[in-house]
Design a protein. Structure first.
Length: 196
C-alpha cells in the first residue's frame, strides 16, 4: 500500500531531508519517515503551503511530467493595489526569465481576492508598511518553472510578499496548519490530478 501525505510546509523550511547549514528541513517534521517516501516537486524556502510526500512512483511521474499539465493553485499576497490590467496580463501569460532565456508563461487563471483569505499567520510575519497597501490574488498554473509565481507578479509590477500553495488539482490544504500533515488513501490520486 502506497502512502500519501499532505504536509503544510512552513515558511523557511527546505523541501529536502538532507541537512543544509542550520536551515530547517523536512527531517525536522518527519524524523522517522521511511527512506522511500519523497516530496513531489518542491516549494521554495521562502514559500509555504501544500507539499505531497509519497512512495507512489507512478503518481510522482504524472505530477512532475509537464505533458500532464495538472493545475496548482497559489494564494499570493502582492505589494500594492493590484489592477484589473495586471490580472488580465497574468491570465494571458507574461514574459519571464528561465535559465537566462525569455519564456512566455502559459495562460493562467488569475483572480483578485477581495476579502483577506483566512490563512495561518506567517512566522515571522511579512514586513508591514503602512503607506504601501497589499493585495491578495489567486493564481492557478499548469506549469512549474523555478520561482515562476514570483517572476510573474514581478513582471506585472506587483512583487510577491507571501506565497502559499493552496491546492494541487482539486486537493486543498485547508484545515492543515503549518508544520502539520494529514495522511490520505489512494483515492487522493484523482484529486491531485485535478479530477473531482
Amino acid at each position: 500500500m502506497h502512502r500519501y501525505i499532505i504536509f503544510y510546509k512552513p515558511y523557511q523550511v527546505l523541501c529536502q531531508f538532507s541537512p543544509e547549514g542550520d536551515k530547517k528541513t523536512l527531517a525536522h517534521f518527519f524524523p522517522e519517515l521511511p527512506k522511500n517516501i519523497y516530496p513531489v516537486g518542491r516549494l521554495d524556502f521562502d514559500s509555504e503551503g501544500m507539499l505531497l510526500l509519497t512512495d507512489d512512483k507512478q503518481l510522482t511521474h504524472q505530477l512532475l511530467e509537464p505533458k500532464f499539465a495538472h493545475p496548482r493553485t497559489y494564494l499570493v499576497q502582492v505589494e500594492g493595489s493590484i489592477t484589473a490590467e495586471a490580472i488580465a496580463q497574468l491570465q494571458k501569460g507574461v514574459n519571464i526569465s528561465v535559465n537566462g532565456k525569455q519564456y512566455r508563461t502559459r495562460p493562467a487563471v488569475a483572480e483578485i481576492i477581495s476579502q483577506i483569505p483566512e490563512v495561518p499567520e506567517r512566522n515571522p510575519p511579512i514586513r508591514y508598511r503602512k503607506e504601501i497597501p497589499t493585495s491578495w490574488i489567486s493564481l492557478t498554473l499548469t506549469e512549474g518553472k523555478n520561482r515562476q509565481v514570483r517572476k510573474m507578479t514581478a513582471a506585472v509590477n506587483f512583487p510577491t510578499l507571501r506565497l502559499i500553495r493552496y491546492a494541487i488539482g482539486s486537493c486543498q490544504i485547508e484545515g492543515v496548519l503549518p508544520g502539520q500533515y494529514k495522511e490520505h488513501d489512494w483515492r487522493i490520486k484523482q484529486q491531485l490530478m485535478g479530477r473531482p
